[in-house]
Design a protein around this ligand. Sequence first.
Ligand code: SAH
Length: 274
Amino acid sequence: MTPPDHTASLPGTVWFVGAGPGDPDLITVKGRKLLEEAGAVLFAGSLVDQAATLYAPEGCDIRDSKDMTLEEMTDWLIAAAERHETVVRLQTGDPGLYGALIEMTRPLTAAGVAWAVVPGVSSAMASMAVAGETLTLPEVTQTVILTRVAGRTPMPPGEELEALAAHRTTLCIYLSITLLHKVQEALIKAGWSEDAPILVVQKASWPGEEKIVRGTLKDIKKKCQEEKIASQAMIVASPTLGAADWPDLIRSKLYDPGFGHRFRKATTTTESSA
Ligand code: SAH
């Protein structure tokens, strides 16, 4: 694959590839091609090892990064780029979401190593997909917030969950399953009802390992405890949840017969066109 235009001095390019949420079929075609030609692959923990071993060629230098510090990882990638044309850093979901991407690319640039990013299917999208849910719905919410609650990493001012929840949009909450009580508190403080539907998906897209838990703001923690969910889980709070079973639904204007657009003329004039 053609490396990005860069003032690099080493032969290899390091590709930060999004592996997707777990199912090896959910990596992009580009990501898979890069793995197939990789001389070295550094993959992020247990969530992506299957993809790495499936698509990487024989003789590829494959290393799990779970016991490595950031410096050890970047040193490994730089050394790999001295020996191989294609080096892959394989990350869960999309590399730009909670992926320490820039912390890793800066030392590479400083060492003269070219790098590029291949996006991936994030676990928020995968979680909604496996549950048959939608992130947006006309006149319900047209906005998605991808966030987390403060753990050891603090939240920047103004990004407290209570403040974000006040918008009543879809909230996809990463890295927070052990802090579910904080999610409950924040949403209640923001005015969400105790009966508001909440979705938790653990290991979305992993065949045989995926768990989907549906509950309300009030009982979701208890339900997750019963299911022994304490890691690798996405929490979604959204006014769209359960829409597949609603008796009335506002249709998307784009597919409305009365709504013409660039690719299709309006065929009726029964509904509004704005
Ligand atoms: N870059 C990743 C997120 C990494 S942070 C992405 O785009 O998805 C790790 C968090 O992602 C976990 O705490 C969990 O909240 C979520 N996560 C990752 N894989 C998941 C999966 N298969 N199912 C549900 N949540 C997942």
